[in-house]
Design a binder for this molecule. Structure first.
Ligand SMILES: [Zn+2]
Length: 101
């Protein structure tokens, strides 16, 4: 018998070694550790992001549209939602994530 894993997961780059770790969302509060270096991957402070952490090849593998989003794309959505044309839209969650679930 084959089972399908339907747990929600997130892919998190380790702030120390930049390894991508798949983390079960239900275990996020358990302070998950990096599979490569063993250090915590979720810190209680902001982390500087390097170009290597957002390597284009990694993004292409992770994101269905195969590129990173831009601040302009987020600003365009915010501009639309703040405009009169969006006046009938209420209480919605709109994900700007390139098709990531
Ligand atoms: Zn690591």
């Amino acid at each position: 018998m084959t089972t399908t894993d339907t747990r929600a997961t997130a892919t998190v780059a380790c702030p120390f070694c930049e390894t991508l770790n798949r983390v079960d969302m239900a275990r996020m509060a358990d302070r998950p550790k990096c599979a490569n270096c063993g250090r915590p991957i979720l810190l209680d402070r902001p982390v500087a992001i390097s170009d290597a952490a957002f390597d284009a090849k990694q993004i292409a593998q992770l994101v269905p549209v195969q590129r990173a989003g831009t601040a302009d794309e987020v600003a365009a959505l915010v501009g639309f939602l703040a405009s009169p044309e969006a006046g009938y839209i209420t209480g919605q969650v709109i994900s700007i994530n390139g098709g990531m679930a």
